[in-house]
Design a binder for this molecule. Sequence first.
Ligand code: FAD
Length: 316
Amino acid sequence: MLTIITKPEEVQNTAGEIRAGGTDLHDRYHLGVSAGPIVDIYKLKSFNDGELGAITQAADDSTHIGALATIDQVARDPIVTQHYAGLAKAAAGLATPQIRSAASMGGALLQRTRCWFFRHPHYVCYKKGGDGCFARARHNPNGVIFDAGGCVYPHPSTLGMALLAYEAEVEVYGQGRRPIVALYGDGSDPTRDHLLAPNELLTYVHLPPPVANERTAYFRAIGRFEAEWPIVECMVRLVVEEGAITFARVGAGGVAAVPLRLANVEAELVGQPATQATIERASTVAAAGANPLPHTAPKVDFLVGALLHTLEQALD
Ligand SMILES: Cc1cc2nc3c(=O)[nH]c(=O)nc-3n(C[C@H](O)[C@H](O)[C@H](O)COP(=O)(O)OP(=O)(O)OC[C@H]3O[C@@H](n4cnc5c(N)ncnc54)[C@H](O)[C@@H]3O)c2cc1C
């Protein structure tokens, strides 16, 4: 059954899985992994003068992205490209032009895991009500390198990773704002890809006012040119003043059950000279605490190398 809603409040009384652009949800339906009623929210795009599909800057310079803005909008919008360039680069780098023009900001954050076993109708893993992770015991080169003990497939959200590095907040209808880190938790619950309950509607992403003179870079290590989730991805924001790094925010994806902000790398960068030696030392810190699976050990070097490359681009 399909219900199309036109007001946010309707979502709370309508049973079914929310559909925005449908690029993830439909894939799961076609694979026979998801079933049941659908609550289509696309028409909310025109609710309240189109706020939920828009990107706007407030008087205090903070920026608000409606959950139904497309990834393509995020990649091209002048506010984002000018003030949050790392986010725009991450958005432009993911999936394909067709997916980016259909997929929404909310769906990009709340998409389900890409694990082959989860997406196979015959395997009932933690995330489908089972009591184990099939990927853990099998050949799984795409898996995590920071193993929280449950599901070993990395979180798929590129924009989740980028928004962590931007210290964004997300707004849930009727509940107000929470830091984006609270949308994902620490990855220790293997049954969840995010911590929203069914029928909770993500309405906005809020970005703090821009940081002056920040340099940004985004890099993905990927098996083919496009149309693939990355092996590892990194996003970096740096401010350099008089030759020293005075501000650093670093995100990494493809390595853990949740998108990660690498605070230990940031601490290694801030206060140091903006030199090759500094970023080489900081990149190695990214691997601290890694406990890879037998097949994912090479990804530790991928993370260190990808981060170094991203930092080099930001300083270039
Ligand atoms: C070939 C290919 C490559 C890709 N590569 C990448 C990549 O590198 N990085 C990356 O991040 N993604 C990648 N993607 C995934 C893509 O980004 C997602 O499919 C897309 O962002 C989902 O958005 P959507 O609006 O279509 O979501 P939908 O399919 O409509 O929904 C996805 C999930 O989010 C929930 N949801 C959606 N909106 C809301 C809301 N407002 N409130 C509450 N719940 C909501 C839905 O209930 C559903 O569970 C790729 C996809 C393809 C096909």
